[in-house]
Design a protein around this ligand. Sequence first.
Ligand SMILES: Nc1ncnc2c1ncn2[C@@H]1O[C@H](COP(=O)(O)OP(=O)(O)OP(=O)(O)O)[C@@H](O)[C@H]1O
Length: 618
Amino acid sequence: DTDAQILMRFKGSLWNGQALNNWGSESSLCSWTGLLCRENQTFYGLRLEHMELGGKIDIETLVELPNLVSFSVINNTFEGPMPEFKKLVRLRALFLSNNKFSGDIPDDAFEGMRRLKRVFLAQNGFTGPIPKSLANLPRLWDLDLRGNGFGGNIPEFQQQDFRVFNLSYNQLEGQIPESLSNKYPSSFAGNEGLCGKPLSSCNGNESRSLKPNLASPHSKGKKHGVLIIAIIVVTVVAFSSVVALLFIHKHRRKRSKPGILPKRGTSHKSVGFKESQYSVDLTGDLKGGDGELNFVREDKGGFDLQELLRASAVVLGSGSFGSTYKAMILSGPTVVVKRFRHMNNVGKQEFSEYMQRLGTLTHPNLLPLAAFYSRKEDKFLVYDFAENGSLASHLHGRDGFVLNWSTRLKIIKGVARGLAYLYENFPGKTLPHGHLKSSNVVLDNSFEPQLTEYGLVEVMNKSHAQKFMAAYKAPEMNEFGRPNVKSDVWCLGILILEVLTGKFPANYLRHGKGGNNSDLATWVDSVVREEWTGEVFDKDMLGTKNGEGEMLKLLRIGMFCCKWNVENRWDWNEALAKIEEVKEKDGEDDYSCYYVSEGDLNSKTMTEDDFSFSVTNG
Ligand SMILES: Nc1ncnc2c1ncn2[C@@H]1O[C@H](COP(=O)(O)OP(=O)(O)OP(=O)(O)O)[C@@H](O)[C@H]1O
């Protein structure tokens, strides 16, 4: 049977299948409601969410779909025991949350599902122990069992590096395995019998008294008393905090003015940049859209619009297009939601297709676009959250880290690689970044850079893009010019100079043709011409032994990328090749000519240290 015939059989066993009333025509399989297809129109998953579906999930039929790797029936009315999903050995993601499934899950229910990465069983009526085969999954990355009746001890999980991990509101008991002690306490909340890190210790009376079956009636009464007082105190404190926060928030909003650089609040983050400490409600900002959060990549992020709306959110900053929020999804990932006004250059369908194409890009130096949300007047793009904020915040922010030369070089190399990937891999055309600047380079927890807001010129209203997008700052851009890879090279050059000098280019950027000598490139050029190169580098970066020669090399590359005449400006591949050649230390790898004293030669074994003083620059 064809995929279409198999899927029609699968539909036949569902109740309320009318929600899938456009299923039928073989030729347009990928347009069937709830079908997930790749760019090349191959089917890979089912996403049948919020459809009031019920009845039988016919596994025997699904087995016949070898390409099925993702299956979701979140928020429907399925009931009874968990179907035998283990027969779908190729499955990578299983989403059953918010249904009425019930009963114990057999211990071997996940056996053989070696590819399974994401398991969402939250808010059902599952009981019994957490199946061992689930804990033994070698690639498990997201696990959400919240709000069921799972009992017994938590098993040892083979995988320990989770992105989502939530066992809250079950009936689990006993000591939390050591390997899970680094998880958030909220991952275990609502399980009265659990103890041990990150909850309170199992040895003290405190934790034992949490187990209702061990508590005497007397201690139970006492506990209730304490509980009631605690609830009253928490309620009063929470109420006063909300009132105080509302007051401060209102006051702040009155005073704050929109700015190019993000506004920062006063809460401190260990990562060295600040974000607003005031929670915002995304519901207000996101209301009135088409009601759909459109995911653009295969893994759906493990959350839906409702969960995004419920997420606790803070403002990260306000750029030229709108505000940017950090949203912490309960039992889900932390994401960044960026609002774009003036993004109406193309129609709804075209916009949606374009975003889907952007979603196909995956590279370590491109921040993945996760989803988008459309309204007539504005759009919201959802990106992964980057732990270390933007490059701009470290170069110019009050609370950024001081970046040393090797980190700066790593960042420039990553940026160049991200651009190269973008130019070569966007389906159908060579896509310029168009808005390359230091606040659109974010840093992950190891300071690996990731480009964000790439490829958006196409969908931006032209007049707004001309005014604010970085590519339009290239000297050759006038009202007829369109950003291209050469204008990106200009932006890359400016970024290199910004990274090396530590100077914020806004004051130096030229607007349009002509202009004066105030752009960063001209400033650097004049300093270098006067042979004051020592003056040019950011003082925070200096102090690297034997690195100045290489810094100068990178500075020159930046200057070649900033040639005013496009003909003389390097192509991106030339720039990339030159950047790749820059090393951390002068003369690195150049050990062809060195001086070794006779004494050294006579000594027993020579170490690298013995050589360090005698290496010359070839
Ligand atoms: N994915 C992300 N992860 C972490 N922080 C981010 C992320 N995206 C943006 N930020 C932070 O939010 C701040 C505000 O971003 P925003 O895009 O609104 O401003 P901008 O880049 O200065 O302006 P523009 O609107 O022109 O792009 C950035 O400086 C950065 O610190």
